[in-house]
Ligand binder design. Structure first.
Ligand code: NAD
Length: 492
């Protein structure tokens, strides 16, 4: 099974091992793929190193690198149906959501494609007519890119597009659960004309196929999106070779609703914030913080509507959300809910797998609302990464901000209010990397994405997303070289 793309060739795993990929919606076999280990990843690193040190890509004019990304966007538009189908089979998410993802991915490719040639550096005023000084941007080198399973190709292209725009080479290790769109994307990059060895792909489990990307001295940068625990391991390992590290980690994101908001809008968005993709979204508004005078009415309506959410597989056009990624993840969500109930949370709806025979075989969990969750307890601090919404109340603006910031995460959050100045005040004081006002979840390729606190460091998207993959180099030239005579050179 030649599923690894190394040095421009499709190769099999050295061990000959394979892994079955099964659709989370019904357990059906999607395909068997090669399973890599350290040796496979080391071979991919060697190919990326050679392509960086000796190949044409790093010195290709930036605008031409951008053209390649624009071509890749066009090819993705051409093949979007096959990509969306592959993404849905691996993740179990509804086909329509995968289709949205492909449109977002093409937009990201176009954004970085156009940004690539825009900044040729700058001249620094030396104040000296006989000296010339400039700043140029250079690629960092070989990038190790490690991505999760919830938005497999989207998270991957958020890294690949700026990395290529800046002239780097890379080794990609996608989640072992969702490899197919990465395989398709390597073919697409080759078709777009990317030189051999610039893009390399290995598949397999994190501690085997992924770990060399944070350990190996020939990798200059590791960019990781995934869970906090893995992020800590990667940052610690990367420290041994002082790699550049970018981490996009989890979140426990507050969605703050003031009782001066539009009621129906706030309920509607609270549902989307929590239950989109069955809550398997890093920025999910899994923590509803509602003003106390609205609590009863708001939660009653939320529960009524949560119970109407229709579950189903990727190709069920009636479905509104899908399964969890795996049996292991479903069990983790179940443990999270059991622990929350043990800590005094009140189960308002859900809290179990659906009885529906139609869904047997898939990893489904009912949209769940846990009310009266105590501030400072683990259910409002830990990420469930499933369809579980916790509810807390607040009294006034200061209280809302205090509760919203009471988390070691800092990825995203929402504020619903019709008071425009309050909206800005609260957004300014929330220690989260993205704050949506009277909305939830929209992101823009031209706006930075990234976490405060333990949600990570480094930025994706926007101009800083490109800067993550560049080194700024200062070049100073003396235009009239002559002996300086700092030391006279004469005997006294
Ligand atoms: P995960 O940390 O288990 O795995 C992520 C990736 O890391 C996978 O490819 C995995 O194989 C690899 N990996 C695991 N151990 C490794 C190791 N020791 N060395 C190198 N690689 C290793 O996360 P997941 O379960 O795939 O994804 C869910 C998490 O991702 C959630 O916490 C979610 O919040 C987070 N996430 C964050 C963002 C963001 O933008 N901040 C976006 C999507 C997902």
């Amino acid at each position: 099974m030649a599923d690894f793309f190394i040095g421009g060739e499709w190769v099999a795993s050295r061990s000959g091992r394979t892994r079955e990929i099964r659709c989370p919606a019904d357990g059906s076999l999607v395909a068997e793929v090669a399973e890599g280990n350290r040796e496979d990843t080391e071979a991919a690193i060697a190919a990326a190193r050679a392509a960086f040190d000796n190949g044409p890509w790093p010195s290709t004019p930036a605008a031409r690198r951008g053209d390649l990304l624009l071509r890749a966007a066009d090819l993705l538009d051409r093949d979007k149906d096959a990509f969306a189908r592959a993404e849905s089979l691996d993740t179990g998410k509804r086909l329509v959501e995968s289709e949205y993802d492909m449109a977002d991915i093409a937009a990201c490719l176009r954004y970085f494609g156009k940004l690539a040639g825009n900044d040729a550096g700058r001249v620094v005023d030396t104040g000296n007519p006989d000296a010339f000084s400039r700043i140029v941007y250079e690629p960092v080198g070989v990038c190790g890119l490690i991505t999760p399973w919830n938005y497999p190709l989207l998270q991957t292209v958020w890294k690949i597009a700026p990395a290529l725009a800046a002239g780097n080479t890379f080794v990609l290790k996608p989640s072992e659960l969702t490899p197919h769109t990465s395989i398709l994307f390597m073919r697409l990059l080759a078709e777009a004309g990317l030189p051999d060895g610039v893009a390399n792909l290995v598949l397999g489990a994190g501690p085997d196929a992924g770990a060399p990307l944070s350990e190996h001295p020939d990798v200059d940068l590791v960019s990781f999106t995934g869970g906090l625990v893995t992020g800590r391991i990667i940052a610690a390992t990367a420290a041994a070779t002082v790699k550049k590290v970018a981490l996009e980690l989890g979140g426990k994101n507050p969605n703050i609703v003031f009782s001066d908001a539009d009621f129906d809008t706030a309920v509607d968005y609270a549902l989307t914030a929590a239950f989109l993709h069955s809550g398997q979204v890093c920025s999910a508004g899994a923590r509803l913080i509602v003003q106390e005078d609205w609590h009863d009415r708001f939660v009653d309506e939320l529960v009524r509507r949560a119970e109407l959410i229709r579950l189903g597989g990727p190709f069920d056009t009636d479905a509104e959300t899908g399964p969890l990624i795996s049996a292991a993840h479903l069990e983790k969500v179940e443990r999270y809910v059991a622990a929350a109930l043990a800590e005094g949370a009140v189960l308002r709806t859900g809290g179990k797998r659906p009885d529906d025979k139609r869904l047997a075989g898939g990893h489904y969990y009912l949209p769940t609302v846990l009310d009266d969750v105590k501030q400072g307890t683990s259910p409002v601090r830990d990420e469930a990464f499933g369809p579980v919404l916790t509810v807390e109340t607040f009294t006034d603006e200061d209280d809302a901000i205090r509760i919203g910031n009471d988390t070691h995460y800092g990825l995203a959050g929402g504020v619903f209010t019709n008071d425009a100045s309050r909206a800005q005040r609260v957004a300014n004081k929330l220690r989260h990397g993205t704050v949506w006002i009277n909305d939830y979840h929209p992101y823009l390729p031209q706006a930075e994405w990234g976490g405060f606190k333990q949600s990570g460091f480094g930025r994706e998207l926007g101009p800083s997303g490109l800067a993550e993959y560049q080194e700024a180099k200062h070049i100073y030239q003396n235009l009239r070289p002559a002996p300086q005579r700092w030391f006279s050179g004469e005997a006294r």
